[in-house]
Design a protein around this ligand. Structure first.
Ligand code: ATP
Length: 399
């Protein structure tokens, strides 16, 4: 295990039945969660779902309408912000422009007359690998370096809990990815508890031990990133954390360990253990990268599900993989990711194709199915090919 540069470890955070109402608007419906000491916890959700409000409640910048907040077992619900063992790193670095980096980082310690403020600040700067730039002014650093200084300035206070509010939002994509890995390794090194809010699903999955997906002031699902991705329980999680193909239909047969769902005449099998509901109308799904494309109808798909034929209506080359949209009459479009093992896309627009996947890769949601036959997927709303696809689909359906 990496040596701990800071002796104190983080404290756990408990939110118990938190509700936050603003005049005329409830931002947090009901929130209860426990974040274990020393963990990297991400609150992930779309704009306006209540992430920042949650952080502000923990920091003491907002007062909860109901519920309790405990840090390291101590009830801090009514404690003033500066009395909480918490520091926040925001998207804007908010460094003092006229002060050197070392003066910025040591500022809080010096103001509180903590002994050896400069020594501690240098130690924090070494941690973010910027000690060699300690004499510079913030304007002489890049955005990523300034963000690391902001992190050092928060860590140097040795808070039990570090709150990160979209701290990498202002950085370009490449730097953001690099900083994600650095932030994760710094957290492992210092052993503090990090609570990070972001709307970037890749960021949450890359860094956090535990991700809580938030929607409209509630946590929809919480768990380790790989488990959430593998087995989303709601349509919102299935499409917010990555993309999913979702289909709705009645359960027409069950065995001891699987259910069969009729999707517009196609029989799709899902393991019972991976399906939240086992009877009636259900919504089932599969991730795009779990699908295989076939240009001729396979004679058999042992242990698998098959859909088709359909027509490829869009091909988007994405470097690592190619995204195909397959329009299947009666079913809408299916998104397929195929790894680019050759020089470019394998299939062309207009080709007839089938898709198959292993039964063990399907999942069944707990949502009551929508009245329409299927949920719109991300690709439906995001792809520039939507109009074209719809036209071909209606042509196919008319034929
Ligand atoms: P973003 O990613 O855009 O920052 P968020 O998930 O952090 O979004 P919050 O800032 O927590 O969202 O806001 C949650 C909801 O509460 C929003 O609908 C917002 O408009 C509302 N809200 C936040 N602060 C107030 C306030 N002071 N008064 C009234 N409504 C507020």
């Amino acid at each position: 295990m990496a040596p701990r540069l800071f002796a104190e470890s983080g404290a756990d955070l408990e939110l118990v039945g938190i509700q936050k109402r603003f005049p005329g608007f409830t931002a947090i419906e009901e929130l209860s969660l426990t974040i274990p000491a020393g963990s990297f916890f991400a609150l992930l959700g779309p704009s306006g779902c209540g992430k920042t409000t949650t952080l502000r409640l923990v920091a003491g910048l907002e007062e909860a309408t109901a519920g309790r907040i405990l840090i390291g077992g101590r009830d801090v619900t009514t404690t003033k912000p500066f009395q909480r063992p918490v520091n926040t790193v925001f998207q804007s670095y908010a460094l003092f422009p006229h002060m050197s980096i070392i003066d910025n980082v040591s500022f809080g310690l010096r103001r509180r007359r903590i002994p050896d403020a400069f020594g501690k600040a240098h130690e924090a700067l070494r941690l973010v690998e910027l000690d060699h730039l300690a004499a510079r002014k913030p304007s002489q650093l890049s955005g990523g370096q300034q963000q690391r200084v902001a992190l050092a300035r928060a860590i140097v206070n040795r808070p039990a809990l570090l709150l990160l509010d979209e701290p990498l939002g202002a950085l370009d994509l490449k730097l953001r990815r690099q900083m994600q890995l650095e932030l994760k390794s710094i957290q492992e090194e210092v052993g503090l508890t990090f609570l990070h809010v972001t709307h970037d699903q890749e960021e949450a999955m890359t860094m956090a031990d535990t991700v809580a997906v938030m929607n409209k002031g509630r946590i929809e699902q919480l768990g380790p990133p790989d488990a959430l991705y593998d087995l989303p329980r709601t349509a919102f999680v299935a499409n917010f954390l990555g993309q999913s193909n979702l289909f709705t239909g009645p359960v027409v047969a069950t065995t001891a360990d699987s259910i069969s769902v009729d999707i517009e005449g196609h029989r799709i099998v899902v393991p019972k253990a991976r399906a939240q509901r086992h009877s009636g109308e259900v919504t089932i799904g599969v991730r795009p990268e779990k699908l295989s494309i076939h240009l001729a109808e396979p004679a058999t798909v042992a242990g698998g599900n098959l859909l088709g034929p359909g027509r490829i209506v869009d091909v988007s080359f994405g470097g690592v993989s190619t995204q195909y949209l397959l329009a299947i009459p009666g079913l809408g479009t299916v998104v397929v990711f195929v790894q680019n093992l050759g020089a470019g896309p394998l299939l062309a627009e207009g080709a007839e194709a089938w898709v198959s996947w292993k039964v063990e890769h399907g999942f069944g949601l707990e949502d009551e199915p929508l009245p329409t036959s299927r949920f719109p997927s991300d690709a439906d709303t995001a792809s520039i090919a939507v109009q074209k696809k719809r036209a071909i689909l209606s042509e196919l359906e008319e034929a």
